[in-house]
Design a protein around this ligand. Sequence first.
Ligand code: SAM
Length: 212
Amino acid sequence: MNNRWNKLIYKIWSRLYDNFFNTGRFLHARKEVFSNTNFLKNQKILFVGVGTGADLELINHKHLDITSIDYSDDMLNKAKEKFKDSSIKFLKMDAQDMSLSDSYFDVVIGSLVLSVVPDADKCLKEMLRVLKPSGEIIIFDKFAPKNKGLSPFKKAIRPLIKLLGTDIGVNFEKLYEKNKDHLIVKVDIPIMFDGMYRKIIIKKVNTDDILL
Ligand SMILES: C[S@@+](CC[C@H](N)C(=O)[O-])C[C@H]1O[C@@H](n2cnc3c(N)ncnc32)[C@H](O)[C@@H]1O
């Protein structure tokens, strides 16, 4: 995966994306991901790799201070068009190198993005950086099975799937290991396709708490 290829592939996907990933089982899964989420009035929320804004459609965004970033102009334009009468800010930005302040957001949301960016660890580190201490990251994504490798079939098709703009082999446990001093996993539940897709809620560790 690299940014240049993703830009091209998501230009193509932008026209079809909602027909595949914002309908049927995906829509059902998204609804489940946000079913117990209660945002507080005026909270600062960041959507990372917002795409066509499929998640935005599921939340009451009126009294929230939302920023949405994506690397693809074409995906971003779809989202902008849907929410043109809203106060949501849409910014073209690389999720692995965000021009956003440290410890600014109350909640960061990353749906189907850690499996897409070239470097999931860089992206997670950036999500943690811009998140306030004790803030939460809500992740909806597909990961390699816990504690075992990909099946031979998935190993064989992984390069092809990567060409389509996503990776079925990102290992969340490895990401956790690399960042475990800065986060606590509060929720990790299967959400779709036998646990291939998971809902994960991460809390950013408040370093002041550790020193106490
Ligand atoms: C599979 S789509 C997910 C979109 C949306 N979050 C959703 O749940 O439908 C992945 C998105 O990540 C974006 N993306 C890919 N690489 C990126 C990067 N380096 N920085 C920011 N966004 C990126 C793509 O343009 C695309 O919109």
